[in-house]
Design a protein around this ligand. Structure first.
Ligand code: ATP
Ligand code: MG
Length: 586
C-alpha cells in the first residue's frame, strides 16, 4: 500500500523561530557553531554536561523555573526547579568526591525512575565520573554482568534491589567499593550507606573540575536485541548533539513541557530523558509508572505536555485498544510527537494523526550514535514508514561491502544496503568497553557501519529495511522483516507481528510470521489463510509469509523491541542466547 507523504507547511520554520536557524545552518553547518551556543565551564575550564544542563540555568533568571516534574506511581508528585537540581546534584557530586570516587570511575544506578537517579546522573557528570544506568527490571545475572564488565565502583540502588540482586554476588565484584541505598535512613555497614543521610551531610556548593569535552560521561549498555549487550562509551562533548537534536528534531522552545517515556536503562532515557530537555531549559516530565493507556493520556492532558517522545511498542499498544485520545482528552498543548527504537509502521504514523491529532515523527539512532541521527523533523514533510533525513552535521549513506574488505557507497536510489555514517559527530561512541576489537570492526573504509540495512530515496529520505542479522534470503530475494510486519499490521485484526527467516532446502529461507491479534480476534486456520492472502496481494508471493503462527505476546526486550533472534532460535530449537534483556511477561 502506498502511503502519501504528510505535507508540512513551508512557512513552519519562519513562523517558529528556533534557537538555531535551520535553513541557514543546513547549508553551512559546523559543530563549532553549535559549541558557541554552550556556556562552557567558568574560567574556560572545558565543557561539562551538568553545567550546561543545570548550573548555567540555575544561576540565571531561570533558576526558579520547573526543571523536572516527577510523577510517582502512587499518584504523588515532586517538582524540582533548576536551582533545586543544582543544589541536589552538588550534594551528590560532593558525596562522591568524599567517598573517593573520582574522574573516570563508574557510578552505576539500579532503580525505578525515581528522582534519585536523575540527581545521581547530574552529580556524576559534575564529578567527572561515569554514569552507568541499569534497568530496574534486570535480574541478578544481568545486573552482575554489567557491574562487573562496567567496572562499577559505586552503585545507587534500593534496599530490596540490593538484597535480591547484588548482595550474594558482592564478593565477586571486588571493584564495587560502596553501595548507596536510597531508602534507608542510616548506614547499614561501612560499604552499605544511606544515600539520604550522605546527601543531608553534603554541601550544596560544588565547583565542577576542569572537564575536557573528551572526558567520558556515560557508559551505556546496548539493548541486547541481537546478542550480548555491548558497553558503549560516551563523552561530555555528546551534549552538542543532544542540544542540536533538541532544537531541530524535538523542536524544543522556551516554555515547553517534554515527556520522554523511555527508561534511562536504555539510551533514549538518558540522552533525551535527562540531558536534552535540561540543556534547553524546559520542563522534563518523568513518570515512574510503566505503560498504562489511561494514565498516559491523563499525563499528556494534565501535565500539558507539548513535546512527546515515545516508542512504537507504546503507540501500537494504544492502537490495539482502539482508542482516540484526542477525543476524550484535552491534548491541545501537544505540538509534536516522536517515536524511536524500532521501525514505526506507516499505519501508526497516520493513526497518530487521527487518534492523537498529530502525525508521529519517526527518527532513527542507536546507543552507539548517542543521539538522533536521522529524523522526520517537524519542519519537513513526513513520509510514513521512513526514518526521515540525516540531521545537519550528519552524513549518512547506503554502502555495500566489497570482496576486498572495503565499502563502496551505493549511489543508485532505492537500493538496499548497509546504513553507514561518516564518523566525527560529537556523540559518537568512543569505544565498546573492554572490546576494542569489536569497536574497530564497526569502522570500514572511513565509514561507521551501523549494522542496520536501509534504502535512500530521491528526496534523501532513508527507509529502514531491517537489522543486518534479521534479513531473510528467500528465493534469491533479500526480504526485510519490517516490510512484511508493516503489511501484516495493516490488516484490521493484527496488533503486532515479528517476521523471521526459517531455513528451507528449496528457497534458502522461508518467511515466517509470528502474529499477535487485537483483543476480540481469535486465532484460527481461516484467519491464518486470510492473513497470508492479504500479505500476498500486497507483497507478492515471494515476499509474503508462507507460515503464520499466532502468539498472544511476542518476545520483547525491556526497551520494547521485538526479539526476532529469539523467535528464530525457538523456531529452530537453537540455544536462546543471552536473555538478560528479555521482558518478563514474554
Ligand atoms: P543490540 O545492539 O544489543 O542488539 P539494540 O541495537 O536494540 O541492541 P539500541 O542501541 O537500543 O540497541 O537500538 C538501536 C537499534 O534500534 C538500531 O540499530 C535499529 O536497529 C533500531 N531502531 C532504532 N530506531 C529505529 C527506527 N526509527 N526505525 C527502525 N529501527 C530503529
Ligand atoms: Mg545495536
Amino acid at each position: 500500500m502506498h502511503w502519501a507523504p504528510i505535507r508540512k507547511k513551508a512557512e513552519w520554520w519562519t513562523t517558529r523561530p528556533n534557537l538555531l536557524n535551520y535553513q541557514q545552518t543546513v547549508a553551512s553547518f559546523s559543530w563549532d557553531d553549535v559549541r558557541r551556543h554552550c556556556a562552557g565551564l567558568p574560567g574556560g575550564k572545558g565543557l561539562n554536561i551538568a553545567h550546561e544542563a543545570v548550573d548555567r540555568h540555575a544561576t540565571g533568571p531561570m533558576g526558579s523555573s520547573l526543571a523536572l516534574r516527577w510523577l510517582g506511581r502512587d499518584g504523588t508528585s515532586r517538582d524540582f526547579t533548576y536551582d533545586n537540581l543544582r543544589e541536589q546534584s552538588n550534594r551528590f557530586a560532593n558525596l562522591l568526591a568524599n567517598l573517593g570516587i573520582g574522574k573516570g570511575d563508574t557510578v552505576a544506578v539500579l532503580a525505578d525512575r525515581i528522582p534519585d537517579i536523575y540527581i545521581a546522573a547530574l552529580g556524576t557528570f559534575k564529578n567527572t565520573s561515569v554514569f552507568c544506568p541499569l534497568f530496574a527490571a534486570f535480574g541478578p545475572e544481568p545486573v552482575f554482568q554489567r557491574l562487573l564488565r562496567g567496572d562499577a565502583r559505586l552503585l545507587v540502588t534500593t534496599e530490596r534491589q540490593y538484597r535480591q540482586k547484588v548482595s550474594s554476588l558482592r564478593t565477586l565484584l571486588p571493584k564495587l567499593q560502596v553501595v548507596l541505598l536510597v531508602d534507608v535512613g542510616d548506614h547499614l555497614a561501612d560499604d552499605l550507606l544511606s544515600l539520604p543521610r550522605l546527601m543531608a551531610e553534603s554541601s550544596t556548593t560544588f565547583s565542577i573540575p576542569p572537564t575536557s569535552p573528551e572526558d567520558v560521561a556515560v557508559l551505556h549498555f546496548t539493548s541486547g536485541t541481537t546478542g550480548m549487550p555491548k558497553g558503549a562509551i560516551h563523552v561530555h562533548n555528546a551534549l552538542l548533539v543532544h542540544y542540536v537534536t533538541g532544537a531541530y528534531v524535538l523542536d524544543f522552545h522556551p516554555g515547553d513541557v517534554f515527556w520522554c517515556t523511555a527508561d534511562p536503562g536504555w539510551v533514549t532515557g538518558t540522552s533525551y530523558g535527562i540531558i536534552a530537555p535540561l540543556l534547553h531549559g524546559i520542563t522534563n516530565i518523568v513518570d515512574e509508572a510503566d505503560f498504562d493507556a489511561v494514565r498516559w493520556c491523563e499525563n499528556l492532558q494534565n501535565q500539558k505536555v507539548s513535546v512527546w517522545y515515545t516508542a512504537p511498542t507504546a503507540i501500537r499498544r494504544l492502537m490495539r485498544l482502539g482508542i482516540a485520545p484526542a477525543k476524550d482528552y484535552d491534548l491541545s498543548r501537544l505540538r509534536v510527537i516522536h517515536s524511536v527504537g524500532e521501525p514505526l509502521n506507516p499505519e501508526a504514523v497516520v493513526w497518530g494523526q487521527e487518534a492523537l491529532g498529530l502525525p508521529i515523527h519517526d527518527n532513527w539512532w542507536q546507543t552507539e550514535t548517542g543521539g538522533i541521527m536521522i529524523a522526520n523533523y517537524p519542519g519537513m514533510d513526513i513520509k510514513p514508514g521512513s526514518m526521515g533525513r540525516p540531521l545537519p552535521g550528519i552524513e549518512a549513506a547506503i554502502v555495500r561491502r566489497t570482496d576486498q574488505g572495503f565499502v563502496e557507497v551505493i549511489e543508485e536510489l532505492d537500493l538496499q544496503g548497509d546504513l553507514a555514517l561518516k564518523p566525527g559527530w560529537p556523540s559518537m561512541f568512543r569505544g565498546y568497553l573492554h572490546d576494542e576489537e569489536r569497536y574497530r570492526k564497526c569502522f570500514v573504509g572511513g565509514w561507521y557501519l551501523t549494522g542496520d540495512l536501509a534504502r535512500r530515496d530521491g528526496d534523501g529520505y532513508f527507509w529502514f529495511v531491517g537489522r543486518a542479522d534479521d534479513i531473510i534470503k528467500t528465493s534469491g530475494h533479500m526480504v526485510g522483516p519490517f516490510e512484511v510486519e508493516s503489511t501484516l499490521m495493516e490488516h484490521p485484526a493484527v496488533a503486532e507481528a515479528g517476521v523471521i527467516g526459517k531455513p528451507d532446502p528449496l528457497i534458502g529461507e522461508l518467511v515466517k510470521a509470528f502474529v499477535s491479534l487485537k483483543p476480540g480476534r481469535q486465532p484460527s486456520d481461516e484467519m491464518r489463510l486470510e492473513l497470508i492472502g492479504f500479505a500476498r496481494k500486497r507483497l507478492g508471493s515471494a515476499v509474503a509469509p508462507k507460515e503464520i503462527e499466532f502468539h498472544q505476546n511476542l518476545p520483547k526486550n525491556k526497551a520494547g523491541k521485538i526479539m526476532r533472534r529469539l523467535l528464530r532460535a525457538r523456531e529452530l530449537g537453537l540455544p536462546e542466547g543471552d536473555l538478560s534483556t528479555l521482558e518478563d511477561s514474554s
